[in-house]
Write a protein that binds this ligand. Structure first.
Ligand code: HPA
Length: 276
């Protein structure tokens, strides 16, 4: 994807033409997004295919709409659907929505996703606060000539999962567990040997998404938080059972209310102190 800066400006201009005031907080939702969306007050829905250059998720469990919504008294932009590397998108294509948020001057982004639990202390359905990642995808969205208007050539990743945002959530919910998310390409779920390897290299969760967008969001200077719903147990190997998408969706949906509670809390906390 060439000319990302200009294309993101065009997409952002279209969104601005549809919306009175652009919120500064974005939510990028993965599997199970519909529960969260149905709990928010919808102000405006824009289907992805109406936005210039915007990709459209081909995954049935995702909602292909950009939504302006209100959670408590705070307005947010919701990306209802996410693109994945395994769908065939290039890294730059699947991260384009984050570039559009950058063009809209969004400065905080909260992601949700579903993942497999590599940490034996997690249970199915538990929501984990991601505190770091290991990128095992075979490409990087920043590869190629750097456009300095978008960010630095060598962005620092030491606080990719904002320490301040995490602390805010932990003050309110001290029992929430934290962990490292490993991105693996998919679309097949991992073998037992792969789960064992990912556990050994320091992963607590494994999933097929989010890391490229987090890299781009950091490149764009945003504060990032990721909440991951551990949907299936992947370690130790004797506890692994066959997993289907339907089961993942069921477990994720059952955690939807708590996810909404966490997100609402964070949205209000950010509203009170915009650069926490
Ligand atoms: N592996 C990769 N992605 C996932 C998994 C998994 O076990 N569960 C939910 N998303």
């Amino acid at each position: 994807m060439d000319q990302i800066y200009l294309k993101a400006q065009e997409a952002a201009n279209y969104i601005k033409s549809q919306v009175n005031q652009i919120p500064k907080i974005a939510l990028s939702l993965g599997t199970g997004s519909s529960v969260l969306i149905s709990s928010a007050t919808i102000i405006k829905r824009i289907v992805y295919s109406d936005i210039p250059h915007f990709p459209t998720s081909r995954v049935q469990s995702h909602v292909n709409e950009l939504i302006i919504a209100q959670i408590d008294s705070q307005k947010v932009i919701i990306l209802g659907g996410r693109m994945h590397y395994y769908e065939g998108w290039s890294m730059k294509e699947l991260c384009f929505p984050i570039r559009v948020l950058q063009a809209l001057k969004v400065n905080v982004i909260l992601f949700s996703n579903a993942s497999g639990a590599l940490n034996p202390n997690y249970s199915a359905g538990e929501i984990i606060l991601v505190n770091d990642h290991i990128n095992m995808l075979p490409d990087n969205p920043l590869r190629g000539i750097n456009d300095d208007r978008l960010g630095l050539r060598f962005p620092d990743m030491s606080d990719s999962y904002s320490f301040k945002l995490r602390n805010k959530l932990k003050e309110q919910y001290p029992k929430i567990k934290e962990g490292v998310y490993v991105s693996f390409p998919g679309p097949n779920l991992e073998t037992k040997a792969e789960y064992r390897m990912l556990h050994r290299i320091g992963g607590d969760l494994v999933g097929m998404s989010t890391v490229p967008e987090v890299i781009v969001a950091k490149h764009a200077g945003m504060d990032v938080m990721v909440l991951s719903i551990a949907s299936n147990i992947c370690y130790p190997p004797e506890q692994i059972t066959e997993t289907t998408l339907e089961e993942v969706i069921e477990v994720v949906n059952a955690s939807g209310e708590l996810l909404f509670e966490y997100v609402s809390f964070m949205v209000s906390a950010i509203e009170e102190s915009p650069r926490i």
